[in-house]
Design a protein around this ligand. Structure first.
Ligand code: C2O
Length: 343
């Protein structure tokens, strides 16, 4: 068997819904590729804060950094539109698999889901930090599993004058409406807040605690020449329902967050995925010998490409992604009452 990687040289047009204007979402070409190396070890890791607990200084930093990122020319690989396009290219079949020119390449619905999105956020964060000359900069996470203030769209994203705002979101799901972590496009049943919270906690337990093996939680294998298999429990729920819940029903395909090609045009995407990434860390701390990462070499050596803060194209492998402290960051600890909410 073989690892997978996208053939970056032959990036082509994405496959979009039929009525969406087909635009190229490939990154700029680069004549050189460097292999990723871990950043120098830090005495104290950077902390990614829960968005609802961020202080004004950190909010101001994120706004300033994102404002600068949005102001970069669109062909600069660090620009916000290029960052958003990464998701389109990797998720809407713009790439084929290296070595298999007829087979599409895809980072969802398999064991690539967590590593790909972790490294995607890592470079997004590094670029933002470098734009404001702050090596300690870190992005916030949307703490949607936390009943004490996390289960609404965080207010830093809903200020219409902020660079963190995106107008293409569901207008009925604005704060104080609680997120439904198991949302299936059904707004008919309207639960009272207490019921919604208790359903959400049960959903978290099911998706994180009940998945006792790497393939149940991280997703099944995806090897060179093959197709993705099954998504892991957390990718299925709540990851996808939260996307769909936040997407704008006035748009044809729930743009921005509710559909792959446009999801990362909403800054809330990166906060949503930071919480997804945090769940990978939490899952690994749970008891049980099988709550460990895969040891499979095809997984460990599968690779992705991202531009870094110096506009260098970097090749990253799954094995680079396994330890967030080695990548220089941790998540702010908050309460996780769902850990013992067996439904
Ligand atoms: Cu690449 Cu939330 O999906």
């Amino acid at each position: 068997a073989l690892p997978t990687s996208p053939d970056i040289k032959s990036c082509g047009l994405p496959k979009l819904p039929a009525d969406v204007e087909c635009t190229n979402c490939c990154p700029p070409q680069s004549s050189t590729i460097i292999d990723f190396t871990l950043p120098p070890t830090r005495r104290t890791p950077r902390v990614r804060y829960a968005a609802q607990l961020m202080d004004d200084t950190n909010i101001a930093k994120y706004k300033e950094a994102l404002c600068k990122m949005r102001a970069l020319p669109p062909d600069d690989p660090r620009s916000f539109i290029q960052q958003a396009n990464i998701h389109c290219a990797y998720c809407n079949d713009a790439y084929h698999q290296a070595g298999f020119p007829k087979i599409d390449y895809q980072v969802h619905k398999s064991w690539l889901f967590f590593p790909f999105h972790r490294m995607y956020l890592y470079f997004y964060e590094r670029i933002l930090g470098s734009l404001i000359n702050d090596p300690d900069f870190s992005i916030p996470y949307w703490n949607w599993d936390n009943p004490y203030g996390g289960m609404v769209i965080p207010s830093i994203f809903t200020d219409t004058n902020s660079p963190l705002y995106d107008p293409r979101r569901n207008i009925y799901h604005q704060p104080p409406t609680l997120v439904n972590l198991d949302y299936n496009k059904n707004d008919q049943v309207c639960l009272n807040p207490k019921q919604q919270i208790s359903n959400n906690l049960a959903t978290m337990y099911k998706s994180v605690v009940s998945s006792g093996t790497p393939s149940l939680f991280l997703g099944t294998s995806y090897r060179g020449g093959g197709e993705p298999g099954c998504p892991g429990s957390l990718e299925r729920v709540p990851h996808t329902p939260v996307h769909v819940w936040a997407g704008d029903t006035r748009q044809p395909h729930l743009e921005d967050l509710g559909v792959f090609y446009s999801a990362a045009r909403d800054p809330l995407f990166y906060a949503h995925h930071a919480n997804v990434d945090r769940m990978w860390n939490i899952w690994r701390t749970l008891p049980g010998k099988k709550r460990v990462n895969f040891k499979d070499n095809d997984w460990l050596t599968s690779s992705f490409y991202f531009y870094d803060e110096n506009k260098n194209l970097v090749r990253v492998t799954v094995k680079d992604s396994l330890d967030t402290t080695k990548l220089g960051y941790v998540y702010q600890g908050v309460e996780t009452p769902w850990l013992d909410q067996r439904p």
